[in-house]
Design a protein around this ligand. Sequence first.
Ligand SMILES: [Zn+2]
Length: 144
Amino acid sequence: MSPTQEEAGQNVELIPFDEPRDLTRHERGLLDFLIAPLNCAELDELVARAKGVGYCSCGCPSVTLASDAQPLSAELMSHLRGDDQALPLEIRAEEDESTGRQLEVTLHVLEGELIELEIWGAEADGELVTELPSLEHLSYCRGH
Ligand SMILES: [Zn+2]
């Protein structure tokens, strides 16, 4: 942790990588799990061409995303949301309770672009989760 981050204290920031990086197999597995039920070729393409472009300063394994594929149209965003609102799309899975914690894994899509694979939650003892959850404990839950 650099002195400037220490001074920032509890402020959580998304910090860009110097260079976009390929997603790990684990990150790809989570993304594929999240998008599969939507069955949308355009979204599949966005994710297939996504790279990691930044990380979260809090130490969690969230990764910010960018893709060079065509952004989703406003019509498609509404369709995927299941309503007529051109609002952000949040595609979410939750970890089951057998792990002793309940993490949420969310893919954020804003204005047709991938924004972030967010890992949210804490260990049962309140400690920060610093590793991606295992797919086998996740269940898909559709939210907005
Ligand atoms: Zn974080």
